[in-house]
Design a protein around this ligand. Structure first.
Ligand code: ZN
Length: 368
C-alpha cells in the first residue's frame, strides 16, 4: 500500500455566493472537505492524506498524524503541484487527486481506482452527460455526440511518477489532471464514475430537503348502537366509538401525527370539542384541511405506520380496506402505509372490549 490522497481545498469558490469558502461550509453536519477526508481515512487505503488549503485556521479539528495540512497556491493547478512536490519525499507509487467540492463519492470508487492502477498508469472516473451538449468555435455551434462525450470526476488516480513529471512541466492553468494528460497526448484510462459524485458548485447544489417525524395517539370508548368508523370506513361491528365526532381513532391519531410533524400543536386546537359545528363530524372532513396545509407548504408524506390496539374487530379482516381508504384520503401509495393489529392480553378497558386505541408515526419531507 503506497497510496497517497490529495484533497484540494484551496478554491476561491467564485461561483459560490458565500462569505465562507465552500470547502468549509457545513454540509450534512460536517465541513464539506471532511466528507472526503473521513472516507479516505475509513478506507484505510492511504499512507498519507494531504489537505491543501489557503485557510488553515478553518481546520480546527485534530486529525491523525497521517493527515497533513499544507498551504495551497493561487490556482487549482498550483495547489496540486505543491502537493505533488510535497509528497515526493515519501516516494509514493500511486496518488489520487480530489476536489473537496465532491463529498459524495463512495469508498468503493476509491478501491476501483486503485485496483485499476495495477494495470494502468491513470484511472479517471467518468459518467456520460444527461443533457445534450453544444460547443462553440468562433461563431459556429457544434453538437457533441453524447455517446462519445465524458464528464470527468475526481478522485483521479495516477502513477505518481507520471503525473509528477507532467505537472512540473505544465505552464498553463489546467482544470484537472486528466486535462494535463490529454494536452500531452498521454494515454488516459477511464472507469465508471458515480452519478451521485456531483460537484458542489452553486449554492443551489446544497438544497437539502428536510425530513420530520410526527407521532399520534388516540383512544375512544366503545358504545352500543353506534356505527364503527376506522380509517375513514364503516366496519361492521356491534358497537361504535363514542366521541364528539365519529370517533375514528385511526384518523385522529394520523391527524395528530401530521400536526406533530409540521409542528402545529394538536387536533384539539383545530377542532375544539366544545364547538357545536364539529359535533358528529366525520373524521375525513377533519383530515382534509390538514392535508391542504401540507400541500400548501410543500410537504409530502414518506410513510405511515399504524398500531391499532383492540381485541375486536380483527384487523387482518379489514386491513386491505382500511389501507385503501387511507391511501385515498392521504393521496399516498398503499405500499407506504402499514397497519398492525395489537391486542392487550385481555387487560384493562381495551382488553374488555370497552375501548379502541391507535398510535401512529408518520414521516414527512418538506421541499422548497
Ligand atoms: Zn379521537
Amino acid at each position: 500500500m503506497n497510496n497517497y490522497f490529495i484533497i484540494l481545498a484551496s478554491g476561491q469558490s467564485k461561483r459560490f455566493n458565500s462569505s465562507k469558502p465552500k470547502q468549509f461550509i457545513k454540509y450534512k453536519n460536517k465541513a464539506l472537505f471532511e466528507h472526503s477526508l473521513d472516507k479516505a481515512l475509513k478506507s484505510k487505503l492511504f499512507k498519507k492524506i494531504i489537505i491543501v488549503t489557503n485557510d488553515k485556521k478553518q481546520i480546527k479539528k485534530k486529525y491523525s498524524k497521517d493527515v497533513l495540512i499544507i498551504k495551497g497556491g493561487k490556482e487549482r493547478s498550483d495547489s496540486s503541484l505543491i502537493a505533488l512536490k510535497f509528497i515526493k519525499k515519501y516516494k509514493p507509487i500511486n496518488v489520487l487527486i480530489h476536489d473537496a467540492a465532491r463529498p459524495n463519492f463512495t469508498i468503493k470508487l476509491l478501491k476501483n481506482l486503485i485496483n485499476s492502477l495495477k494495470k494502468n498508469k491513470t484511472s479517471i472516473p467518468v459518467i456520460s452527460s444527461k443533457d445534450s451538449i453544444k460547443y462553440k468555435v468562433k461563431n459556429q455551434l457544434f453538437n457533441l455526440n453524447r455517446k462519445n462525450s465524458y464528464l470527468t470526476q475526481t478522485p483521479q488516480a495516477f502513477k505518481f511518477k507520471d503525473v509528477y513529471n507532467l505537472s512540473i512541466k505544465q505552464k498553463s492553468k489546467i482544470q484537472d489532471e486528466a486535462t494535463l494528460f490529454i494536452e500531452n497526448n498521454s494515454k488516459l484510462n477511464f472507469i465508471k464514475g458515480e452519478i451521485l459524485n456531483n460537484k458542489i458548485t452553486f449554492k443551489e447544489d446544497l438544497i437539502n430537503p428536510k425530513t420530520y417525524f410526527g407521532i399520534g395517539f388516540d383512544i375512544h370508548r366503545l358504545v352500543k348502537n353506534k356505527k364503527l368508523y376506522l380509517g375513514g370506513i364503516k366496519i361492521p361491528y356491534h358497537s361504535g366509538l363514542k366521541g364528539h365526532s365519529d370517533g375514528d381513532v385511526i384518523l385522529h391519531a394520523i391527524i395528530d401525527a401530521l400536526l406533530g410533524a409540521i409542528r402545529k400543536k394538536d387536533i384539539g386546537t383545530f377542532f375544539p370539542d366544545n364547538k357545536n359545528k364539529f359535533k358528529n363530524i366525520r373524521s375525513p372532513k377533519m383530515l382534509k384541511p390538514i392535508i391542504e396545509i401540507l400541500n400548501n407548504n410543500n410537504f409530502y408524506i414518506n410513510n405511515l405506520d399504524i398500531n391499532l390496539i383492540c381485541e375486536q374487530p380483527k384487523v387482518s379482516k379489514y386491513r386491505t380496506k382500511i389501507i385503501n381508504s387511507l391511501s385515498n384520503l392521504l393521496n399516498l401509495d398503499k405500499d407506504l402505509i402499514n397497519l398492525k393489529g395489537k391486542t392487550v392480553e385481555k387487560l384493562g378497558l381495551i382488553g374488555n372490549e370497552k375501548a379502541i386505541a391507535c398510535e401512529t408515526i408518520i414521516s414527512l419531507t418538506q421541499y422548497d
